[in-house]
Ligand binder design. Structure first.
Ligand code: URP
Ligand code: ZN
Ligand code: ZN
Length: 475
Protein backbone atom coordinates (compact mmCIF):
# COMPACT_ATOMS: atom_id res chain seq x y z
CA UNK A 1 0.00 0.00 0.00
CA UNK A 2 1.45 3.36 -1.06
CA UNK A 3 -0.04 6.61 0.12
CA UNK A 4 0.93 10.03 -1.17
CA UNK A 5 0.22 13.12 0.92
CA UNK A 6 0.29 16.08 -1.44
CA UNK A 7 0.42 19.87 -1.22
CA UNK A 8 1.04 20.13 2.53
CA UNK A 9 3.64 22.02 4.51
CA UNK A 10 5.95 19.50 6.16
CA UNK A 11 6.86 20.79 9.61
CA UNK A 12 9.86 19.24 11.30
CA UNK A 13 11.69 20.53 14.35
CA UNK A 14 14.49 21.83 12.14
CA UNK A 15 12.41 23.54 9.47
CA UNK A 16 9.32 23.63 7.30
CA UNK A 17 8.83 23.43 3.57
CA UNK A 18 6.25 22.62 0.92
CA UNK A 19 6.64 18.94 0.15
CA UNK A 20 4.79 15.77 -0.72
CA UNK A 21 5.25 12.69 1.41
CA UNK A 22 5.23 9.18 0.01
CA UNK A 23 4.44 6.33 2.38
CA UNK A 24 5.26 2.78 1.39
CA UNK A 25 3.76 0.25 3.81
CA UNK A 26 4.62 1.34 7.34
CA UNK A 27 7.42 3.78 6.58
CA UNK A 28 8.04 7.06 4.87
CA UNK A 29 9.61 6.26 1.50
CA UNK A 30 10.33 9.77 0.27
CA UNK A 31 9.73 13.41 1.07
CA UNK A 32 9.90 15.52 -2.03
CA UNK A 33 10.03 19.21 -2.52
CA UNK A 34 7.62 20.61 -5.07
CA UNK A 35 9.44 22.25 -7.99
CA UNK A 36 8.75 25.78 -9.30
CA UNK A 37 6.29 24.49 -11.91
CA UNK A 38 4.41 22.45 -9.30
CA UNK A 39 6.14 19.22 -10.36
CA UNK A 40 7.82 16.79 -8.02
CA UNK A 41 11.57 16.83 -7.78
CA UNK A 42 14.30 14.65 -6.38
CA UNK A 43 13.81 11.30 -4.69
CA UNK A 44 10.04 11.58 -4.58
CA UNK A 45 9.73 11.96 -8.36
CA UNK A 46 11.85 8.89 -8.94
CA UNK A 47 10.10 6.92 -6.18
CA UNK A 48 6.76 7.62 -7.79
CA UNK A 49 7.66 6.56 -11.31
CA UNK A 50 6.39 3.08 -11.88
CA UNK A 51 3.49 1.98 -9.73
CA UNK A 52 2.38 5.43 -8.43
CA UNK A 53 0.32 5.63 -5.23
CA UNK A 54 -2.73 3.63 -4.12
CA UNK A 55 -4.15 6.51 -2.14
CA UNK A 56 -3.72 10.28 -2.25
CA UNK A 57 -4.41 12.64 0.62
CA UNK A 58 -4.66 16.30 -0.26
CA UNK A 59 -3.11 18.39 2.50
CA UNK A 60 -3.42 21.79 0.88
CA UNK A 61 -3.43 24.50 3.55
CA UNK A 62 -2.44 21.92 6.19
CA UNK A 63 0.70 20.98 8.06
CA UNK A 64 2.13 17.48 7.75
CA UNK A 65 3.79 16.83 11.10
CA UNK A 66 5.32 13.81 12.81
CA UNK A 67 2.80 12.11 15.07
CA UNK A 68 3.19 13.51 18.56
CA UNK A 69 4.86 11.55 21.35
CA UNK A 70 3.50 11.74 24.87
CA UNK A 71 6.36 10.59 27.07
CA UNK A 72 4.40 10.63 30.32
CA UNK A 73 1.09 8.77 30.68
CA UNK A 74 -0.51 6.58 33.34
CA UNK A 75 -3.07 4.21 31.87
CA UNK A 76 -4.83 2.22 34.63
CA UNK A 77 -2.41 3.48 37.29
CA UNK A 78 -3.39 2.29 40.77
CA UNK A 79 -3.52 5.36 43.00
CA UNK A 80 -5.21 6.20 46.28
CA UNK A 81 -7.36 3.06 46.35
CA UNK A 82 -8.57 3.33 42.77
CA UNK A 83 -7.27 3.14 39.19
CA UNK A 84 -6.75 5.77 36.51
CA UNK A 85 -9.78 5.33 34.33
CA UNK A 86 -8.33 5.11 30.81
CA UNK A 87 -7.27 1.67 29.66
CA UNK A 88 -4.61 1.26 27.01
CA UNK A 89 -7.43 0.99 24.49
CA UNK A 90 -9.45 4.05 25.49
CA UNK A 91 -6.43 6.16 26.39
CA UNK A 92 -4.45 5.50 23.23
CA UNK A 93 -7.53 6.01 21.06
CA UNK A 94 -8.09 9.39 22.71
CA UNK A 95 -4.41 10.17 22.19
CA UNK A 96 -4.75 9.39 18.48
CA UNK A 97 -7.74 11.72 18.11
CA UNK A 98 -5.47 14.42 19.49
CA UNK A 99 -2.61 13.70 17.05
CA UNK A 100 -0.49 11.63 19.42
CA UNK A 101 0.77 8.40 17.84
CA UNK A 102 3.19 7.19 20.53
CA UNK A 103 2.95 7.09 24.30
CA UNK A 104 5.50 6.08 26.89
CA UNK A 105 3.58 4.85 29.92
CA UNK A 106 4.89 4.18 33.42
CA UNK A 107 4.95 0.54 34.48
CA UNK A 108 4.93 0.24 38.27
CA UNK A 109 7.04 -1.86 40.59
CA UNK A 110 4.81 -2.18 43.67
CA UNK A 111 6.58 -2.35 47.02
CA UNK A 112 7.68 -5.93 47.67
CA UNK A 113 7.46 -6.97 44.00
CA UNK A 114 10.15 -7.18 41.37
CA UNK A 115 10.59 -4.88 38.42
CA UNK A 116 9.87 -7.88 36.19
CA UNK A 117 6.50 -8.52 37.85
CA UNK A 118 5.52 -4.88 37.44
CA UNK A 119 6.64 -4.76 33.83
CA UNK A 120 4.82 -7.99 32.94
CA UNK A 121 1.60 -6.53 34.35
CA UNK A 122 2.00 -3.46 32.12
CA UNK A 123 2.75 -5.53 29.03
CA UNK A 124 -0.44 -7.50 29.71
CA UNK A 125 -2.48 -4.30 30.04
CA UNK A 126 -1.18 -2.86 26.79
CA UNK A 127 -0.78 -5.84 24.48
CA UNK A 128 -3.86 -6.49 22.38
CA UNK A 129 -5.41 -3.22 23.50
CA UNK A 130 -3.22 -0.26 22.56
CA UNK A 131 -4.14 1.32 19.24
CA UNK A 132 -0.88 3.27 18.81
CA UNK A 133 2.72 2.32 19.51
CA UNK A 134 3.85 2.42 23.10
CA UNK A 135 6.91 2.08 25.28
CA UNK A 136 7.40 1.85 29.01
CA UNK A 137 9.35 3.66 31.66
CA UNK A 138 9.66 1.81 34.98
CA UNK A 139 8.62 3.24 38.33
CA UNK A 140 11.02 1.92 40.98
CA UNK A 141 9.52 1.69 44.46
CA UNK A 142 12.16 -0.58 46.05
CA UNK A 143 15.84 -0.02 45.39
CA UNK A 144 17.59 -3.24 46.42
CA UNK A 145 20.54 -5.27 45.15
CA UNK A 146 18.06 -7.37 43.19
CA UNK A 147 16.11 -4.51 41.65
CA UNK A 148 19.35 -2.75 40.73
CA UNK A 149 20.46 -5.87 38.86
CA UNK A 150 17.05 -6.04 37.17
CA UNK A 151 17.55 -2.53 35.81
CA UNK A 152 20.26 -3.82 33.47
CA UNK A 153 17.91 -6.48 32.08
CA UNK A 154 15.16 -3.94 31.49
CA UNK A 155 17.49 -1.59 29.65
CA UNK A 156 18.26 -4.54 27.37
CA UNK A 157 14.53 -4.98 26.76
CA UNK A 158 14.02 -1.36 25.76
CA UNK A 159 12.75 -0.07 29.10
CA UNK A 160 15.54 2.42 29.40
CA UNK A 161 14.28 4.89 32.02
CA UNK A 162 13.47 4.60 35.71
CA UNK A 163 11.28 6.99 37.63
CA UNK A 164 12.03 7.59 41.29
CA UNK A 165 10.24 9.86 43.71
CA UNK A 166 11.10 12.23 46.52
CA UNK A 167 7.33 12.46 47.06
CA UNK A 168 4.51 10.17 48.26
CA UNK A 169 6.08 8.82 51.50
CA UNK A 170 5.13 5.22 52.19
CA UNK A 171 4.14 4.57 48.59
CA UNK A 172 6.77 5.61 46.06
CA UNK A 173 9.25 7.77 47.99
CA UNK A 174 12.92 6.74 47.83
CA UNK A 175 15.50 8.25 50.14
CA UNK A 176 18.58 10.01 48.80
CA UNK A 177 20.74 6.92 49.22
CA UNK A 178 18.37 4.80 47.15
CA UNK A 179 18.17 7.46 44.46
CA UNK A 180 21.94 7.70 44.37
CA UNK A 181 22.33 3.94 44.05
CA UNK A 182 19.91 3.87 41.10
CA UNK A 183 21.88 6.71 39.49
CA UNK A 184 25.15 4.83 39.96
CA UNK A 185 23.54 1.94 38.11
CA UNK A 186 22.42 4.03 35.14
CA UNK A 187 25.98 5.37 34.94
CA UNK A 188 26.89 1.78 34.03
CA UNK A 189 23.89 0.55 32.04
CA UNK A 190 23.18 3.69 30.01
CA UNK A 191 19.66 4.21 31.37
CA UNK A 192 18.13 7.50 32.42
CA UNK A 193 16.72 8.43 35.83
CA UNK A 194 13.47 10.39 35.78
CA UNK A 195 12.65 12.22 39.00
CA UNK A 196 9.39 13.30 40.60
CA UNK A 197 10.98 16.07 42.61
CA UNK A 198 8.94 17.42 45.52
CA UNK A 199 9.89 17.12 49.18
CA UNK A 200 7.10 14.73 50.14
CA UNK A 201 8.10 14.31 53.78
CA UNK A 202 7.79 18.02 54.48
CA UNK A 203 4.65 18.36 52.36
CA UNK A 204 2.96 15.72 54.52
CA UNK A 205 3.66 17.79 57.64
CA UNK A 206 2.18 20.95 56.13
CA UNK A 207 -0.81 18.99 54.80
CA UNK A 208 -1.51 17.47 58.21
CA UNK A 209 -1.30 20.94 59.80
CA UNK A 210 -3.78 22.32 57.26
CA UNK A 211 -6.26 19.50 57.86
CA UNK A 212 -5.91 19.93 61.63
CA UNK A 213 -6.68 23.62 61.19
CA UNK A 214 -9.85 22.80 59.23
CA UNK A 215 -8.72 23.13 55.59
CA UNK A 216 -10.01 19.93 54.04
CA UNK A 217 -11.09 21.17 50.58
CA UNK A 218 -8.98 20.46 47.47
CA UNK A 219 -7.35 23.89 47.67
CA UNK A 220 -5.41 22.49 50.65
CA UNK A 221 -3.57 20.21 48.22
CA UNK A 222 -2.23 23.27 46.39
CA UNK A 223 -1.49 25.13 49.62
CA UNK A 224 0.51 22.28 51.18
CA UNK A 225 2.82 21.56 48.27
CA UNK A 226 4.90 24.75 48.28
CA UNK A 227 6.86 25.58 45.14
CA UNK A 228 9.92 25.87 47.37
CA UNK A 229 9.57 22.15 48.18
CA UNK A 230 9.70 21.40 44.47
CA UNK A 231 12.67 23.72 43.95
CA UNK A 232 14.60 22.17 46.83
CA UNK A 233 14.00 18.60 45.68
CA UNK A 234 14.81 19.45 42.06
CA UNK A 235 18.12 20.99 43.02
CA UNK A 236 18.89 18.06 45.32
CA UNK A 237 18.31 15.32 42.76
CA UNK A 238 20.20 17.18 40.05
CA UNK A 239 23.14 17.55 42.45
CA UNK A 240 22.99 13.82 43.18
CA UNK A 241 23.00 13.08 39.43
CA UNK A 242 25.99 15.36 38.93
CA UNK A 243 27.83 13.52 41.69
CA UNK A 244 26.96 10.18 40.09
CA UNK A 245 27.99 11.52 36.67
CA UNK A 246 24.67 10.72 35.00
CA UNK A 247 21.99 12.66 33.14
CA UNK A 248 18.70 13.25 34.94
CA UNK A 249 15.26 14.21 33.66
CA UNK A 250 12.78 16.06 35.88
CA UNK A 251 9.19 15.06 35.14
CA UNK A 252 6.13 17.33 35.36
CA UNK A 253 8.02 20.46 36.41
CA UNK A 254 5.48 23.01 37.59
CA UNK A 255 7.15 26.02 39.17
CA UNK A 256 9.60 28.85 38.79
CA UNK A 257 11.55 27.45 41.75
CA UNK A 258 12.15 24.11 40.06
CA UNK A 259 12.89 25.75 36.72
CA UNK A 260 15.52 27.94 38.39
CA UNK A 261 17.22 24.79 39.67
CA UNK A 262 17.22 23.23 36.19
CA UNK A 263 18.40 26.43 34.51
CA UNK A 264 21.25 26.91 36.98
CA UNK A 265 22.28 23.28 36.50
CA UNK A 266 22.27 23.56 32.72
CA UNK A 267 24.20 26.84 32.95
CA UNK A 268 26.97 25.08 34.84
CA UNK A 269 26.98 22.33 32.21
CA UNK A 270 25.03 19.64 34.03
CA UNK A 271 23.22 17.01 31.97
CA UNK A 272 19.81 18.01 33.38
CA UNK A 273 16.59 17.86 31.37
CA UNK A 274 13.00 18.62 32.22
CA UNK A 275 9.45 18.50 30.95
CA UNK A 276 6.46 20.55 31.88
CA UNK A 277 2.81 19.78 31.20
CA UNK A 278 -0.13 21.73 29.73
CA UNK A 279 -1.80 22.03 33.14
CA UNK A 280 1.10 24.14 34.44
CA UNK A 281 0.99 26.39 31.39
CA UNK A 282 -2.78 26.90 31.14
CA UNK A 283 -4.30 26.28 34.58
CA UNK A 284 -3.61 27.81 37.97
CA UNK A 285 -4.29 27.53 41.68
CA UNK A 286 -7.43 29.62 41.11
CA UNK A 287 -8.97 26.59 39.36
CA UNK A 288 -8.69 24.64 42.62
CA UNK A 289 -10.59 27.18 44.66
CA UNK A 290 -14.20 26.35 43.77
CA UNK A 291 -15.03 24.16 46.79
CA UNK A 292 -14.87 20.45 46.11
CA UNK A 293 -15.02 21.11 42.35
CA UNK A 294 -11.32 21.90 42.74
CA UNK A 295 -10.72 18.13 43.07
CA UNK A 296 -10.84 17.98 39.26
CA UNK A 297 -7.54 19.85 39.27
CA UNK A 298 -5.71 17.91 41.98
CA UNK A 299 -2.40 16.63 40.67
CA UNK A 300 1.18 16.56 41.95
CA UNK A 301 3.03 18.82 41.76
CA UNK A 302 -0.04 21.02 42.14
CA UNK A 303 -1.23 23.87 39.95
CA UNK A 304 0.63 27.05 40.82
CA UNK A 305 -0.31 30.71 40.97
CA UNK A 306 -0.57 32.09 37.44
CA UNK A 307 2.65 34.12 37.71
CA UNK A 308 4.63 30.88 37.23
CA UNK A 309 3.19 30.33 33.75
CA UNK A 310 5.19 32.96 31.85
CA UNK A 311 8.39 31.62 33.38
CA UNK A 312 7.57 28.12 32.15
CA UNK A 313 6.84 29.42 28.64
CA UNK A 314 10.17 31.19 28.79
CA UNK A 315 11.80 27.92 29.81
CA UNK A 316 10.33 26.27 26.72
CA UNK A 317 11.53 29.08 24.48
CA UNK A 318 15.05 28.98 25.87
CA UNK A 319 15.28 25.17 25.97
CA UNK A 320 15.67 24.95 29.72
CA UNK A 321 12.52 22.83 29.34
CA UNK A 322 12.85 20.40 26.46
CA UNK A 323 9.55 18.53 26.44
CA UNK A 324 5.83 18.98 27.08
CA UNK A 325 4.17 15.74 28.20
CA UNK A 326 0.76 15.33 29.78
CA UNK A 327 1.13 13.20 32.92
CA UNK A 328 -2.27 11.91 31.76
CA UNK A 329 -3.82 10.18 34.79
CA UNK A 330 -7.60 10.51 34.64
CA UNK A 331 -10.01 9.89 37.51
CA UNK A 332 -13.74 10.50 37.27
CA UNK A 333 -15.01 13.35 39.37
CA UNK A 334 -17.94 11.21 40.45
CA UNK A 335 -16.90 8.22 42.51
CA UNK A 336 -13.12 8.64 42.21
CA UNK A 337 -12.12 12.24 42.98
CA UNK A 338 -14.96 12.09 45.52
CA UNK A 339 -12.91 9.65 47.62
CA UNK A 340 -11.30 12.80 49.01
CA UNK A 341 -14.42 14.62 50.19
CA UNK A 342 -13.62 15.88 53.65
CA UNK A 343 -9.84 15.31 53.31
CA UNK A 344 -7.94 16.57 50.27
CA UNK A 345 -5.13 14.07 51.01
CA UNK A 346 -7.42 11.26 49.85
CA UNK A 347 -8.18 12.73 46.42
CA UNK A 348 -6.51 10.58 43.73
CA UNK A 349 -3.81 12.68 42.08
CA UNK A 350 -3.95 13.22 38.35
CA UNK A 351 -5.64 14.92 35.41
CA UNK A 352 -6.83 13.90 31.95
CA UNK A 353 -4.92 15.54 29.07
CA UNK A 354 -3.61 13.02 26.53
CA UNK A 355 -6.09 14.13 23.86
CA UNK A 356 -5.65 17.88 24.32
CA UNK A 357 -1.90 18.46 24.51
CA UNK A 358 -1.06 19.01 20.85
CA UNK A 359 -3.96 21.41 20.28
CA UNK A 360 -3.40 23.33 23.53
CA UNK A 361 0.27 23.76 22.68
CA UNK A 362 -0.57 24.83 19.14
CA UNK A 363 -3.20 27.26 20.31
CA UNK A 364 -1.41 28.72 23.33
CA UNK A 365 2.08 28.36 21.89
CA UNK A 366 2.04 28.84 18.11
CA UNK A 367 -1.18 30.82 17.64
CA UNK A 368 -0.43 32.67 20.88
CA UNK A 369 2.89 33.81 19.39
CA UNK A 370 5.07 32.25 22.09
CA UNK A 371 6.80 29.53 20.06
CA UNK A 372 7.27 28.70 16.38
CA UNK A 373 5.50 25.78 14.77
CA UNK A 374 8.91 24.09 14.53
CA UNK A 375 9.45 24.47 18.28
CA UNK A 376 5.96 23.05 18.81
CA UNK A 377 6.99 19.93 16.87
CA UNK A 378 10.28 19.83 18.78
CA UNK A 379 8.77 19.81 22.28
CA UNK A 380 5.80 17.56 21.47
CA UNK A 381 7.55 15.08 19.22
CA UNK A 382 11.20 15.41 18.18
CA UNK A 383 12.75 16.00 21.62
CA UNK A 384 10.92 13.11 23.31
CA UNK A 385 12.01 10.86 20.42
CA UNK A 386 15.64 11.86 20.94
CA UNK A 387 15.64 11.75 24.73
CA UNK A 388 13.82 8.44 24.95
CA UNK A 389 15.58 6.39 22.32
CA UNK A 390 13.16 6.61 19.41
CA UNK A 391 15.14 8.93 17.14
CA UNK A 392 15.09 8.00 13.46
CA UNK A 393 11.83 6.06 13.86
CA UNK A 394 9.50 8.57 15.49
CA UNK A 395 9.34 12.35 15.81
CA UNK A 396 10.42 13.25 12.29
CA UNK A 397 9.02 13.40 8.76
CA UNK A 398 11.91 11.85 6.84
CA UNK A 399 12.58 8.88 4.60
CA UNK A 400 13.04 5.71 6.64
CA UNK A 401 11.04 6.91 9.63
CA UNK A 402 7.80 5.24 10.69
CA UNK A 403 4.87 6.79 8.82
CA UNK A 404 3.34 8.22 11.99
CA UNK A 405 1.97 11.41 10.50
CA UNK A 406 -0.68 13.99 11.22
CA UNK A 407 -2.37 16.16 8.63
CA UNK A 408 -2.93 19.11 10.91
CA UNK A 409 -5.27 22.00 10.18
CA UNK A 410 -3.74 25.08 11.84
CA UNK A 411 -6.95 27.08 11.34
CA UNK A 412 -9.64 24.68 12.52
CA UNK A 413 -11.36 25.84 15.69
CA UNK A 414 -13.01 23.59 18.21
CA UNK A 415 -14.22 23.78 21.78
CA UNK A 416 -12.80 21.31 24.28
CA UNK A 417 -15.49 19.50 26.24
CA UNK A 418 -16.08 16.27 28.13
CA UNK A 419 -19.20 15.87 25.96
CA UNK A 420 -17.05 15.38 22.86
CA UNK A 421 -13.66 14.16 24.05
CA UNK A 422 -12.67 10.51 23.74
CA UNK A 423 -10.90 10.10 27.08
CA UNK A 424 -12.77 7.79 29.44
CA UNK A 425 -13.37 10.39 32.12
CA UNK A 426 -16.39 12.43 33.13
CA UNK A 427 -14.93 15.94 33.01
CA UNK A 428 -12.43 18.11 31.19
CA UNK A 429 -10.02 20.53 32.85
CA UNK A 430 -10.41 22.72 29.76
CA UNK A 431 -14.22 22.62 29.49
CA UNK A 432 -15.43 25.35 27.13
CA UNK A 433 -11.96 26.49 26.00
CA UNK A 434 -11.86 27.23 22.27
CA UNK A 435 -8.62 26.20 20.57
CA UNK A 436 -7.33 26.87 17.07
CA UNK A 437 -5.77 23.87 15.36
CA UNK A 438 -6.80 20.26 15.07
CA UNK A 439 -5.76 16.89 13.63
CA UNK A 440 -7.68 16.09 10.44
CA UNK A 441 -6.03 12.80 9.52
CA UNK A 442 -3.82 10.69 11.78
CA UNK A 443 -1.69 7.87 10.42
CA UNK A 444 0.11 5.30 12.51
CA UNK A 445 2.76 3.32 10.60
CA UNK A 446 1.04 4.21 7.34
CA UNK A 447 -2.48 3.27 8.43
CA UNK A 448 -5.14 5.97 8.66
CA UNK A 449 -6.55 5.60 12.17
CA UNK A 450 -8.45 8.89 12.50
CA UNK A 451 -10.06 10.76 9.64
CA UNK A 452 -12.20 13.86 10.03
CA UNK A 453 -13.24 12.97 13.56
CA UNK A 454 -13.98 9.32 12.76
CA UNK A 455 -12.20 6.36 14.28
CA UNK A 456 -10.70 3.97 11.69
CA UNK A 457 -8.20 2.00 13.77
CA UNK A 458 -8.46 -1.29 15.64
CA UNK A 459 -7.72 -2.24 19.21
CA UNK A 460 -4.44 -4.04 19.64
CA UNK A 461 -2.75 -2.69 16.51
CA UNK A 462 -0.27 -0.70 18.63
CA UNK A 463 3.19 -2.22 19.03
CA UNK A 464 5.58 -2.29 21.94
CA UNK A 465 8.60 -0.09 21.27
CA UNK A 466 11.89 -1.53 22.40
CA UNK A 467 13.78 1.72 22.93
CA UNK A 468 17.50 2.39 22.72
CA UNK A 469 19.32 3.63 25.83
CA UNK A 470 20.57 7.14 25.17
CA UNK A 471 22.82 7.36 28.23
CA UNK A 472 24.48 10.73 28.44
CA UNK A 473 24.59 11.25 24.69
CA UNK A 474 21.47 13.36 24.57
CA UNK A 475 22.70 16.90 25.09
O1 URP B 1 -0.76 13.81 40.03
C1 URP B 1 -0.08 13.05 39.38
N1 URP B 1 1.00 13.52 38.81
N2 URP B 1 -0.45 11.77 39.22
C2 URP B 1 0.26 10.75 38.55
C3 URP B 1 1.42 10.20 39.34
C4 URP B 1 2.66 11.02 39.18
O2 URP B 1 3.21 11.44 40.18
O3 URP B 1 3.12 11.25 38.06
ZN1 ZN C 1 5.12 12.04 39.44
ZN1 ZN D 1 3.08 11.01 36.24
Amino acid sequence: MRTLITNGTVVNADGSYQADVLIDGETIAAVGAVGPGGGLVGSLASALTGSGADRRIDAIGKYVIPGAIDAHTHMELPFGGTFAKDTFETGTRAAAFGGTTTIIDFAVQSRGSTLREGLDIWHAKAQGNAVIDYGFHMIMSDVTDDSLAEMDLLVGEGVTDFKLFTAYPGVFLSDDGAIYRAMQRTAKNGGLILMHAENGLVIDIVAADLVAAGTTDPIGHGMARYAIFEGEATNRVIRLAEAAGVPVYIVHLSSRDALDAVREARDRGANAFAETCPQYLFLSLDDMGDGFNGAKFVCSPPLRTSDHQDELWNGLVKDDLQVVSTDHCPFDFEGQKELGRGDFRKIPNGLPAVEDRLDLMHDGGVVGGRISKERWVEICSAAPARLFGLAGHKGVVAPGADADLVVYDPNRKHTISAATHHMNVDYSCYEGREVTGGSDIVLSRGEVIVEDGEWKGTAGRGRYLRRTATGGAIR
